[in-house]
Design a protein around this ligand. Structure first.
Ligand code: FES
Ligand code: FES
Length: 179
């Protein structure tokens, strides 16, 4: 099978029972994504598949022929951090760091969902979207942090969302769709 992960081509022949998480960690040496629960409960294994966030422990590798997969290793490098990675550092958005790769991959996918105008469980008015701490907490509720760095994680994500004007992008998309 052929996989594209972080822009690099990989050929592998995983057992049909191998999860995408295990393919990356155990077979391809990409250990940035973490295994917390292996049951879809914690979000530590979050990756982006064709731009959408998924729990890679719940997805079989054989389902991802030719998909574009991004793990934390593909978002930034120590010399050139992704905006969310920098924000997590600035805001102290981690303690042990075990959940952090999943938090950051999830936040990348989540901000894209906001740009597209997708509602969350706590979204009130779709004509006047907001992006406050309640929205961030709800949209990131699939990513647990046993160190409880939540307030700083929320601050880091909000800073990036505001800098990138994600709500403005959502409103622009909505206006264009209605035009
Ligand atoms: S390891 Fe996948 S959700 Fe916990
Ligand atoms: S920083 Fe330790 S689990 Fe989140």
């Amino acid at each position: 099978m052929h996989f594209t992960i972080n822009g690099t081509s990989y050929d592998a022949d995983p057992d049909i029972r191998t999860s995408l998480l295990d393919l990356c960690r155990e077979h391809l040496g990409l250990t940035g994504s973490k295994k917390g629960c292996d049951h879809g409960q914690c979000g530590a294994c979050t990756m982006l598949v064709n731009g959408r966030r998924i729990n890679s422990c719940l997805s079989l590798a054989v389902m991802h022929q030719d998909d574009e997969i991004t793990t934390i290793e593909g978002l930034g490098t120590p010399d050139d951090l992704h905006a969310l990675q920098s924000a997590f550092v600035r805001h102290d958005g981690y303690q042990c760091g075990y959940c952090t790769p999943g938090q950051i991959c999830s936040a990348v996918g989540m901000l894209d969902e906001v740009r597209k105008g997708w509602a969350s469980h706590v979204t009130g008015d779709l004509d006047a979207p907001r992006f406050d701490n309640e929205e961030i907490s709800e949209r990131m509720s699939g990513n647990l942090c046993r160190c409880a760095a939540y307030p700083n994680i929320v601050d880091a994500i909000r800073e990036v969302a505001e800098a990138e004007g994600v709500v403005d992008v959502a409103l622009r998309h909505k206006a264009e769709a209605g035009a």
